[in-house]
Design a protein around this ligand. Structure first.
Ligand code: SF4
Length: 298
């Protein structure tokens, strides 16, 4: 009997997964694929707007969310506040990224479990490009899920991504004007300049992030306080005009250095376009995604 295969493709609201969905639709039109978006409940309005535009191009997108796990274990609604309490009032961090497990992976697992119980093997399409390091082992959940990398198979690189969006009538999501990636409004992978921009663009969401920092005032079990920007750096510090100016000046210097390098490379034939926030990791000499999981930002 032929193996039952369910093809799924996750959209994060980022440019690579969006371009991947459009690319797979173009190049593998016979594939019966189901799109999903894991809505943490803490997405940027710009991300939600972009998902609506994508849906117009792709067709139905399943919306998975952590709150759909509501009361599964009888422990109440999975709001971030409740999750924070469950995790001892420790904010998630690069060292303990419980948010990705709770807000992204668990809803995904719950969704695919229904297919798996029905005898399907899952083929999960992932937007890792040919010009990125091999991250084929990124999926940490133990399920019969095979990752498929069409961009790697077909040699698609960063400079192809915007072309794919444009030929499908889509511009980059609006948040790229001020932030380097999709994901939660309070994501700790943000740089200080992005926190400042969040404060400016969405003051209410900045205030909400500040509120989560407070926890219940016993924000630690070892006597130290942790904040989104790291130890000893609450978001409150960004209220100080001197601090703001320093962050903006440092960012402008970093940008100037990066553009100088870009121009030098352009003389050698590298004429890739510059988009300040889409190129932010490269500008700061960081790994693309800043170490964040592809589930969150691709
Ligand atoms: S986007 Fe950031 S805060 Fe949200 S789940 Fe991913 S790593 Fe955690």
């Amino acid at each position: 009997m032929a193996k039952k295969i369910k093809h799924v493709l996750g959209l994060s609201g980022g440019k690579d997964s969006s371009a991947l969905a459009l690319y797979v639709k173009e190049t593998r039109p016979d594939l019966d694929i189901e799109y999903f978006f894991t809505d943490t409940g803490y997405e940027l309005p710009e991300t939600n707007d972009f998902i609506i535009k994508l849906e117009q191009q792709l067709g139905y997108i399943h919306k998975l969310n952590a709150r759909s796990l509501n009361n599964i274990d009888g422990r109440g609604e999975k709001t971030f506040k409740n999750l924070l309490k469950e995790h001892g009032n420790y904010l998630p961090s690069q060292r303990d990224r419980w948010c990705t497990v709770q807000l992204k992976l668990k809803p995904f697992e719950k969704w695919v479990d229904e297919f798996i119980a029905d005898g399907y093997e899952i083929h999960n399409y992932v937007g890792i490009r040919a010009d990125e390091p091999d991250r084929s082992g990124f999926m940490t959940i133990e399920k019969p899920i095979k990752s498929i990398f069409p961009f790697r198979e077909d040699g698609i690189v960063k400079s192809d991504i915007e072309n794919i969006l444009q030929r499908n009538g889509l511009e980059l999501p609006e948040y790229y004007k001020w932030r380097s990636r999709s994901g939660c409004t309070f994501c700790f992978y943000q740089r200080k300049i992005e926190w400042l921009k969040l404060k400016d663009k969405h003051p209410d969401l900045f205030e909400q992030a500040k509120d989560f920092e407070k926890g219940d005032d016993t924000n630690t079990t070892v006597g130290e306080r942790f904040y989104w920007m790291g130890q000893g750096q609450p978001l409150d510090t960004l209220e100080d005009p001197e601090v703001q100016q320093r962050i903006m000046n440092n960012h402008e210097k970093q940008k100037a250095r990066f553009l100088k390098k870009k121009r030098r490379n352009a003389l050698l034939g590298d004429i890739e376009g510059f988009c300040e926030f889409s190129d932010l990791d490269e500008m700061y000499d960081s790994l693309e995604g800043g170490g964040a999981c592809v589930t969150c930002y691709k």
